[in-house]
Design a protein around this ligand. Sequence first.
Ligand code: ZN
Length: 293
Amino acid sequence: MSAPAPDAEVSPAAAGAARNERRTWAAALLVAVASGTQVAAGLAYGSVALVANGAHSGAHVAALAVAGAAYWLARRNRTNPRFAHGAGRIGDLAAFANAVLLALAALGLAVEGLSRLIAPESPDYPAALYAAVGGLVLNLACMALLKPTMEDLRDPSGDINLSAAHLHVTADAAVAAFTLAGLAAAWRLGWVWADPVMALVGAALIAHFAGSILRRAGAALLDMRQTPALEAEVALRLRAAGLAPVVVRAWRTGPGLSAVTVRLEAPPPEAPEAVLRALADLPGVSRVSLDLI
Ligand SMILES: [Zn+2]
């Protein structure tokens, strides 16, 4: 037995996804413009640091485009019957892929920091400082654009795709701030080790954020049970309706959406209708099924 999925056109999850999709594309556009400007300015003024920074921002455009494309794909496949539990987890897959790239970026930054700690070079300080300030401002703007809404925060698993993009730009803002401090210390105080040490601190922070996204997105993709409060509420309602649930499992099917499966002890003939009645107005439940074995 299966309850019909709520009409995604009017569900809060779909409204949230539309907002998050618009904001992800807006952030991608902003970063693309900034990245192009940096590369052009770097080429015009002969600054390798600016060109490198612009190229790095280009990788962000790709990551944000993957996040945006995931919203588009999930929307397009909303009613595609080939997805047994709906297409809501396409965003979780995009978040997982982006987190793998973020972990690789942390590794690259750590290698760069270590190699410059061993063989220090003195960068073109004004250009590098300018690039770091630009990166900080850009990432702060993206952080504001991609900030999860109250709805996302109330849902324990939330919109992982948006969270991943938000954590990424947050990590990059922190790295830009660390870089600024390191460069200023190296330039003004002669502490040449400060810039590479700050790169290592930034790499550790990025690795931490990547790990947290990998865990959340991985748990969602593997159908791990992650809503104990919802399972408890389902069991409570079923008992109140005179049913005896032996197994109640809830798992995520998309941002703000869960599937619930129930096994009853000695189910009465009217069990399907009774279960549906008991769970009819549970928010965020996109599917309810009765297990026979
Ligand atoms: Zn980045």
